[in-house]
Design a protein around this ligand. Structure first.
Ligand code: 76R
Length: 276
């Protein structure tokens, strides 16, 4: 084995960690004022160091309710870096001050259900819009589609997350109970794609209000996807999750883990809100 570890960078996309901690105030209260200041500086410097790392984003959140106090969302290509950052974040305020309460590992992924160029040409441009194959307007529309797809794929695989104030995270799976009419994994691709079309239609209504990032976690963590919803208003989170419940994909096949609500804050503000 060589001395330099082999990076664990996926062939495409990034690793994503959602990290949640509670503060052990009995440990924190043992520190002097100077030590507390030093601990906060240490965490702030580490956050800056991580953010300066290539292709890496780290968002810091105050978490609502006693489920957790502090939350991070980390996106970075190499799992070795993600792991090292995570261990150091856990220790940065001093040993035993932060207790991990929940975490989730996933990767950005492309969707199986995006419309192909051929499908778009046939179903939308010819069948719906009445264009003639090969015509000037048809070719222009296809070129526009190609450009849109490059942009779309880039957002899904290498997203740049905006600084919207609220985050909702929850993991989910698609149902696959045995002896059950609703086994997502026994449907063929065409049936799943049809159902997903309805899902996307509902989702698109929230364009500009909700930024959704779906990251895949089969084989990586307990559920199959991590759902990250960024919003400017918590009511949009409540509305979209409610509306999705009526969508067939969620109504019949969705299974959910715990929900976490966080508020994006710069660390100095965050420290105050979580009583450090
Ligand atoms: O890829 C895209 O971003 C656009 C099309 C799209 C896909 C492929 C899309 C759009 N979703 C896709 C896949 Mn979604 N999504 C969820 C949830 O709470 C619930 O009931 C479900 C949780 C929400 C709220 C949501 C919102 N989506 C997926 C997948 C992977 C499925 C698979 O591969 O089998 C999951 C698990 C999932 C779950 N979705 C959108 C949204 C929103 C708001 C959009 C519109 C994005 C936009 O067009 O701006």
């Amino acid at each position: 084995m060589s001395d330099t570890p082999t990076p664990l960078v996926p062939a495409e996309g990034w690793h994503v960690m959602h990290l949640f901690y509670s503060i052990d105030h009995s440990q924190w209260s043992l520190l002097s004022e100077g030590e507390k200041r030093q601990a906060k500086t240490q965490l702030s410097e580490l956050v800056q160091e991580i953010r300066a790392h290539k292709d890496t984003q780290l968002l810091t959140y105050a978490i609502a309710t006693p489920k957790a106090d502090l939350g991070f969302m980390l996106l970075t290509p190499d799992l070795l870096d993600a792991t090292y950052f995570e261990k150091r974040l856990t220790l940065a305020l001093g040993v035993d001050v932060l207790t991990p309460t929940y975490s989730y590992l996933s990767q950005t992924e492309r969707s199986e259900y995006t419309t192909s160029r051929e499908q778009y040409g046939k179903d939308t441009l010819i069948a719906e819009d009445g264009m003639t194959e090969g015509s000037e307007e048809y070719l222009a529309a296809l070129q526009e589609f190609d450009e849109r797809m490059v942009h779309y794929l880039k957002h899904r695989m290498y997203p740049v997350l905006p600084d919207w104030p609220a985050i909702c995270f929850y993991p989910m799976s698609k149902r696959r109970a045995a002896h059950d009419d609703y086994n997502w994994y026994s449907l063929d691709h065409q049936a799943r794609a049809k159902l997903m079309k309805g899902h996307m239609k509902t989702g698109r209504k929230y364009s500009g209000k909700i930024l959704q990032l779906i990251t895949g976690s089969t084989g990586l963590d307990e559920h199959e996807w991590g759902v990250t919803l960024l919003a400017k208003d918590t009511i949009e989170i409540k509305n979209i999750v409610y509306e999705m419940r009526f969508d067939e994909v969620s109504a019949r096949y969705g299974e959910f883990g715990d929900f976490y609500i966080g508020m994006l804050l710069p660390l100095n503000e965050l420290f105050k809100k979580i009583c450090l």
